[in-house]
Design a protein around this ligand. Structure first.
Ligand SMILES: NC(=O)c1ccc[n+]([C@@H]2O[C@H](COP(=O)([O-])OP(=O)(O)OC[C@H]3O[C@@H](n4cnc5c(N)ncnc54)[C@H](OP(=O)(O)O)[C@@H]3O)[C@@H](O)[C@H]2O)c1
Length: 297
């Protein structure tokens, strides 16, 4: 699939850069690092990029899942180089291992998919401190420091720009009770990304922030504290799109040098409403949702 064949529809929320290179961002032939690649959106990025990439560096903790994905990708693309790095990106040691391997193999990445992220459904006061910490470590610390280390290694010119995709969330557009830490970490990701988009433009590095709505992956199962405890999911069916579409829209947004997108028209509209709604009204709606979910047996 050529990059021009990627369909797109969810890039209406935020505009283009004030000073924008006119050329499309070319994703073909790149060496790409994908964090959290063993399942969900990360694995789907690997699948779609395998059609374009020269080399994919897949990072996560589950070696078996990464190996299986690597074998699947290489089957159809004999010239594709796939490098598996098993690392816990929540830790300094895990991130150091990632860059040691990249440097020792003399890999020169020019695209980073910073997809790392997890949530925790339920009241903040009752949260396991380890899960609070894991969200901050992965969603904020890992994403920020991996981007920083990538920038130290990337060589660019006007002819050879580099790219970064940060996976944020629709949750970045509003505070969410019973998902409070996660939503706050994603607000950080969106803010950080949009600042970097401007800072890095002069270095020929395109930063694109992608804010998906609900999409079926292992995210919900990881975020749920126990099978009988869930959050209120009213309205999610209207917003849910498959991971394949999220990734296609993300890659298309990068190709078109978008700063920030909310994949799908409905998610774009929801984000617009959440951002423009008076805060007292947003708090009232959140209060009703919380009361409804607490009333459940
Ligand atoms: N699914 C949604 O509805 C949704 C909506 C909006 C945004 N997002 C965002 O999309 C991104 C991807 O999530 P997903 O939906 O694809 O979830 P997922 O299916 O649960 O995948 C999460 C991935 O993260 C890896 N991971 C978790 N902790 C890690 C760590 N400490 N070190 C290395 N890898 C780690 C997991 O692999 P290992 O267990 O092998 O490490 C897995 O590959 C996240 O940033 C999430 O916040 C998801």
């Amino acid at each position: 699939m050529e990059s021009s064949a990627i369909t797109h529809s969810g890039d209406r929320m935020r505009g283009r850069l004030p000073i924008r290179p006119s050329a499309r961002f070319e994703i073909a032939g790149r060496t790409t690092i994908i964090t959290d690649a063993s399942s969900g959106l990360g694995a789907e990025f690997a699948r779609q990029l395998s059609l374009h990439a020269a080399c994919l560096v897949l990072v996560a903790r589950s070696e078996e899942a990464l190996q299986k994905l690597g074998d699947e990708l290489k089957k159809g693309h004999t010239t594709l180089q796939v490098i598996i790095i098993v690392a816990d990106l929540a830790t300094d040691a895990g991130r150091a291992l990632l860059w040691e391997k990249v440097d020792s193999l003399e890999i020169k990445p020019s695209l980073l998919i910073n997809n790392a992220g997890l949530g925790d459904y339920g009241a903040f006061a009752e949260a396991d401190p380890a899960r609070i910490r894991a969200q901050i470590d992965v969603n904020i610390t890992a994403l920020t420091l991996i981007t920083h280390s990538f920038l130290a290694r990337v060589q660019t010119s006007a002819e050879k720009p580099a790219g970064i995709i940060h996976i944020s969330s629709l949750a970045s557009a509003l505070p969410i009770p019973d998902l409070a830490v996660y939503a706050a970490t994603k607000a950080y990701v969106t803010s950080f990304s949009e600042a970097l988009t401007l800072e890095l433009a002069e270095r020929n590095i395109q930063v694109t922030c992608v804010c998906p709505g609900p999409t079926p992956t292992h995210f919900g199962a990881t975020a749920q504290r126990s099978p009988d405890k869930d959050i209120d999911r009213t309205g999610q069916d209207l917003l849910r799109i498959p991971p394949q579409r999220v990734v296609t829209e993300a890659l298309n947004a990068l190709t078109r040098r978008k700063a920030c997108i909310f994949p799908s028209k409905r998610v774009t509209l929801a984000a617009f409403l959440f951002q423009k709604m008076p805060r007292p009204l947003l708090r009232f709606i959140n209060h009703l949702r919380l009361a409804k979910s607490r009333a459940k047996p």
